[in-house]
Design a protein around this ligand. Structure first.
Ligand SMILES: *[C@@H]1O[C@H](CO)[C@@H](O)[C@H](O)[C@H]1NC(C)=O
Ligand SMILES: [Cu+2]
Length: 239
């Protein structure tokens, strides 16, 4: 099946009917409402930085790659190093592509933390299993099914203020990657002193070239294949 062919029809569907975004978070037994889209509010009391809408970011160098346009949030959520954060999606539809979860350590308070500079590192990611690129054996298909994604904060991560960035990369259109990133504010405590070495650190936007083998992908070109995520492995935090 070549889903690429039905794209013009999909384009007629109202934006809100497809795509998706992180709309809340769960840490332990606490639920943190996020932004629900389409009604930005000055000073909204969420831990999430308000994103624009469900529309994908199409270029790895687009400024919206960082937090889907979100620049600030009033609140932050406490989390222990080693604890999980679960991102919840009100809706999500694309079944081919990886999930990546990133952190950025703020130098100070959140108000002055814009996520600029080479400070983003991955703490969780999943691509494809098996060898059939146009199958549903992808991390984003798990998000379609569960409408959530859970990741552990590294156990010995240095305590402090962090931005967490959940990124879904949809690859259902050949060579037309769609990025869906959202950010929230976390105060990590109980960690150690670990900080990732330079090779795990990236700037966002621009963590890889648009031509990266994990970004410019045609999942329909050959039946069998392998997939390598862009921007390298996750930092486990145990060194
Ligand atoms: C916590 O996150 C890890 C991935 O970092 C995952 O493997 C594990 O299943 C998560 N635990 C829960 C209870 O969701
Ligand atoms: Cu979409």
């Amino acid at each position: 099946m070549r889903f690429g062919i039905i794209t013009p029809a999909l384009a007629l569907v109202p934006l809100a009917a497809s795509h998706g975004a992180v709309t809340s978070y769960t840490i332990g037994s606490t639920e943190y409402p996020g932004y629900n889209g389409f009604a930005p509010k000055a000073g909204a009391e969420t831990i999430q930085r308000q994103w624009n809408d469900y529309s994908p970011v199409l270029s790895v160098t687009d400024a919206k790659m960082r937090c889907n346009g979100g620049t600030s949030a009033q609140l932050s959520a406490p989390i222990q190093a080693g604890e999980n954060i679960t991102a919840v999606y009100k809706q999500w539809t694309h079944q081919q592509g990886p999930v990546m979860v990133w952190l950025f350590k703020c130098a100070g308070d959140f108000a002055s933390c814009d996520g600029s500079g080479k400070g983003w590192f991955k703490i969780d990611q999943m691509g494809m299993w098996g060898s059939v690129l146009d199958s549903n054996n992808w991390a984003t298909a798990i998000v379609v099914k569960n409408l959530k994604w859970s990741s552990a904060i590294p156990k010995n991560l240095a305590s402090g203020n962090y931005l967490v960035r959940h990124e879904l990369l949809a690859l259902h259109q050949a060579n037309t990657p769609q990025f869906y990133p959202e950010c929230a504010q976390l105060v990590v405590s109980g960690g150690g002193s670990a900080v990732p070495p330079a090779e795990f650190l990236f700037s966002i936007p621009g963590y890889a070239p648009q031509t990266d083998a994990g970004i410019a992908v045609d999942i329909y070109k050959s039946k069998e294949g392998t997939y390598t995520l862009p921007a390298g492995p996750v930092w486990e935090g145990f060194t």
